[in-house]
Write a protein that binds this ligand. Sequence first.
Ligand SMILES: Nc1ncnc2c1ncn2[C@@H]1O[C@H](COP(=O)(O)OP(=O)(O)OP(=O)(O)O)[C@@H](O)[C@H]1O
Ligand SMILES: Nc1nc2c(ncn2[C@@H]2O[C@H](COP(=O)(O)O)[C@@H](O)[C@H]2O)c(=O)[nH]1
Length: 206
Amino acid sequence: MIEEKGILFILSGPSGVGKGTVRKELFEQDTDLRYSISMTTRDIRTGETDGIDYFYKSKSEFESLIEKGQLLEYAQYVNNYYGTPREYVERTLAEGHDVFLEIEVKGALQVKENFPEGVFIFLFPPSLEELKNRILSRGTETQDLVLNRLKEARNEIEMMDAYDYVVVNDHVDHAVEKIQSIIQSEHCKRERIAKQYKQLLEDELK
Ligand SMILES: Nc1ncnc2c1ncn2[C@@H]1O[C@H](COP(=O)(O)OP(=O)(O)OP(=O)(O)O)[C@@H](O)[C@H]1O
Ligand SMILES: Nc1nc2c(ncn2[C@@H]2O[C@H](COP(=O)(O)O)[C@@H](O)[C@H]2O)c(=O)[nH]1
């Protein structure tokens, strides 16, 4: 019997484009997906909870996780570390569940090296002006940090071609619908491949 592993979906894109908003709405609708909670060294924001939004770590704790190889990927983003716990992702996929990562672009490119079979989705802003408005409207960053994030956004948008899909986040509902379609079509693709593989095995055994 062929083992059915889960599919790894990676949602990425510039800061403020709406990744968190879209992911939360997607998870309201899709209860089969498993979200990988990231580790970070950044300060906890008002309204966030340790173990739900992130696992908040000190710099030395984070560096020890890096040294022990416990992160699937990590990146330094605007003076803080962010990373994906390896064990959770590998175990959950092996158990047959789809895993969803919401991470920045440098980390997504590292995941691509280790998991080329992952499905990489780039969330794109309707315009740079709207991107700036969204970061400002969230009100979580100082003016300096907003400028740093916008600078980073320009570099990140240049990496868009490395992704399997690009979804414009004009309206949250539209973006979620498109991501749902991507998830369904990736499942159909893999079912077809699994059937072809089973057929090959049967033919060989004849
Ligand atoms: N389609 C949309 N239309 C209008 N506003 C949106 C849309 N999607 C998200 N926003 C708003 O944009 C702001 C940034 O969204 P969010 O925090 O989800 O972005 P993010 O990409 O996760 O940011 P970061 O990478 O910095 O964590 C929030 O105030 C959110 O409500
Ligand atoms: N490479 C990784 N990037 C991550 C991870 N978790 C979150 N992120 C991204 O970092 C920025 C900033 O996030 P914020 O919560 O401070 O606004 C954003 O683009 C996130 O998507 C991770 O595990 N690895």
